[in-house]
Design a protein around this ligand. Structure first.
Ligand SMILES: Cc1cc2nc3c(=O)[nH]c(=O)nc-3n(C[C@H](O)[C@H](O)[C@H](O)COP(=O)(O)O)c2cc1C
Length: 339
């Protein structure tokens, strides 16, 4: 199977919700929620590609070559590369039901585990989203990070206990779902206060990640609450209009938190080159979302694996051409911001 074959199959089965555009940039699906777009004008999604295009990489091929190493230490373990699959739910509501939630859960968590990596998994209005996530993570020896909605605290604690019992790698909460258009009518979600967050973190030994942090001050509040890490993210532009590209916030957030927390980022990351740019901007690792569903619809679990290897090969190529032997070499000097 080739990536072109995956795209051709995906194009045949993913319409009308996902058009499988040459670059997944949020323009064709603007405003489509349910669907794959950003909210309203879609600007918080469409802003991502122009931002990445404005970050230029600095070639350096005069260096002592070594064995190129893309591995990274996170959660007390070594991972083969610094990118993970983002939580994506709603194969029926947002996509066109070509995949069931169950099939996507198995192929996403299973495919990433086959690569020695992991998936962040979704949660949603129906309990089955979370239950399938936990089932798939359990089947893969605990490899996976359940990402739960900011439910009222009692339900959050229930989810946290279930995650602990399944032996998951870490526990995440997409705090930016507090007003998610697909779920706000339930009235079951909260804005997670720093003290509620600290209470959750005190109650577990699992590393805790807050997903949906866009400012240095919010990042500092997460650090003070005891977070292991944050995901700099706007939920793919689905929860707020006219936000900047999350990756654009990385230098500011890294400068504020230093090494107190791990910093992940997502939003419009579409290649190994983009992964490289995010690391140089200050991220420890990144999450990739929508293109993975395309890979899954076009190629099943094998598609997930093939897409992962494609991103990894691209990352290795740009490291080789910029004098980076390990991820520690991917520093701000490796990029320039064009106007
Ligand atoms: C259809 C769809 C479903 C999503 N479901 C979730 C979810 O359940 N939990 C969550 O934290 N993020 C969810 N997200 C947000 C993604 O995890 C990610 O933040 C976003 O898609 C940005 O990455 P991308 O541009 O690579 O897709 C969803 C996004 C989409 C498009």
């Amino acid at each position: 199977m080739t990536y072109e074959e995956i795209l051709a199959k995906a194009r045949a089965v993913m319409g009308p919700n996902c058009r499988v555009c040459p670059v997944c940039d949020g323009r064709a699906c603007r405003g489509e929620i349910p669907g794959l777009g950003g909210i309203g004008s879609g600007s918080s999604f469409t802003v991502c590609r122009p931002f990445f295009d404005s970050v230029k990489v600095m070639m350096d091929v005069v260096y002592e070559p070594g064995k190129l190493d893309t591995s990274i230490e996170l959660f007390g373990q070594t991972w083969p590369f610094p990118f993970f699959l983002a939580p994506l739910g709603g194969m029926g509501l947002n996509y066109n039901s070509y995949l069931t939630e169950d099939e996507w859960s198995r192929m996403s968590v299973g495919g990433m585990a086959k690569c020695g990596s992991l998936a962040f998994t979704p949660d949603g209005a129906l309990d089955k989203f979370f239950d399938l996530s936990i089932r798939s993570i359990r089947e893969n020896g605990g490899r996976g990070i359940p990402t739960v909605k900011p439910w009222k605290t009692e339900k959050l604690l229930e989810r946290l206990r279930a995650a602990e019992e399944a032996g998951v790698t870490a526990f995440a909460c997409d705090v930016d779902s507090c007003n998610h258009p697909n779920m706000r009518r339930l009235g079951a979600l909260q804005v997670l206060s720093p003290s509620a967050m600290a209470g959750l973190i005190r109650s577990t030994t699992l590393p805790f990640i807050a997903k949906g942090v866009m400012t240095a001050s919010a990042a500092l509040r997460c650090a003070d609450a005891g977070c292991y890490g944050i995901v700099v993210s706007t939920h793919g532009g689905r929860v707020i209009e006219d936000a900047p590209a999350p990756a654009a916030m990385l230098p500011e957030i890294r400068a504020a938190v230093g090494e107190r927390m791990k910093i992940f980022v997502d939003g419009g990351i579409r290649s190994g080159l983009d992964v490289f740019k995010c690391l140089a901007l200050g991220a420890d690792a990144v999450l990739i979302g929508r293109p993975y569903v395309v890979a899954g619809c076009g190629g099943g679990e094998e598609g997930v694996v093939l897409y992962t290897n494609k991103i990894l090969a691209e990352l290795r190529e740009v490291m080789l051409m910029t004098g980076c032997v390990t991820l520690a070499d991917v520093t701000p000097e490796k990029i320039r911001l064009a106007n």
